[in-house]
Design a protein around this ligand. Structure first.
Ligand SMILES: NC(=O)CC[C@H](N)C(=O)O
Length: 203
């Protein structure tokens, strides 16, 4: 199994490192033929407006939309979460998400004054206690459709109760950046999702 990390813009390297620590083959994906050669994909944090623009320029928007809709296990963190949303609030008018998760996210939701915010989040499918989560100009999820499972909410503080981790079948998204904290549990959970999907298609 090969996991790609979208390498148009954002913290691709940190995700590649996290995946390498879990002994999976991971490689950057920039072009459609590179996308064809991976079984699963991580969309990193960064800036979703820039990522959207570069995806259009590199001819990646349609191929990505197809693979994501077609069952490729995909995990988006922060800007990656925005790219997986069906609807974006406070986005730019020309911003085009890849979609896949039936949810509405609000960009830069934690407030314009606070650039970053740290908090704790319990993720219902993942054991080992709450995550200390880093939110950097992060989105939160305002609404989810019936097929989306809410996995985590902010535990305390002014944003308490806000949805920051979700799953819809083969798609996973977090508003925070586990690739920056050295806590590999979200990546491990995603690798497991990708392995299970592989077994179902092969078997
Ligand atoms: N750390 C991040 O990924 C920030 C996301 C960024 N605010 C955006 O809109 O894409």
């Amino acid at each position: 199994m090969i996991i790609g990390v979208l390498a148009l813009q954002g913290d691709t390297r940190e995700h590649l490192h996290a995946l390498a620590e879990l002994d999976v083959i991971a490689r950057p994906v920039r072009r459609p033929d590179e996308l064809d050669s991976v079984d699963a994909l991580v969309i990193p944090g960064g800036e979703s407006t820039a990522m959207s623009k570069l995806a259009i320029e590199f001819g990646m928007t349609e191929p990505l939309r197809k693979r994501i809709a077609g069952g490729m296990p995909t995990y988006g963190s922060c800007a990656g979460m925005i790219m997986l949303a069906g609807t974006i609030l406070d986005g730019r008018a020309d911003q085009v998400p890849f979609g896949g998760i039936d949810m509405t996210v609000r960009r830069n939701a934690f407030g314009r004054q606070v650039d970053s915010f740290e908090g704790t989040v319990d993720i219902s499918d993942i054991e080992g206690g709450p995550f200390s989560a880093v939110f950097i100009r992060a989105p939160w999820v305002e609404e989810v459709g019936p097929d989306v499972r809410v996995l985590g909410r902010v535990n305390a503080g002014p944003a308490a109760g806000r949805i920051v981790a979700v799953r819809q079948q083969h798609l996973l998204a977090t508003a925070f950046h586990p690739e920056l904290t050295g806590d590999l549990r979200v990546h491990r959970y995603f690798v497991e999702m990708a392995r299970e999907a592989g077994q179902t298609t092969e078997g």
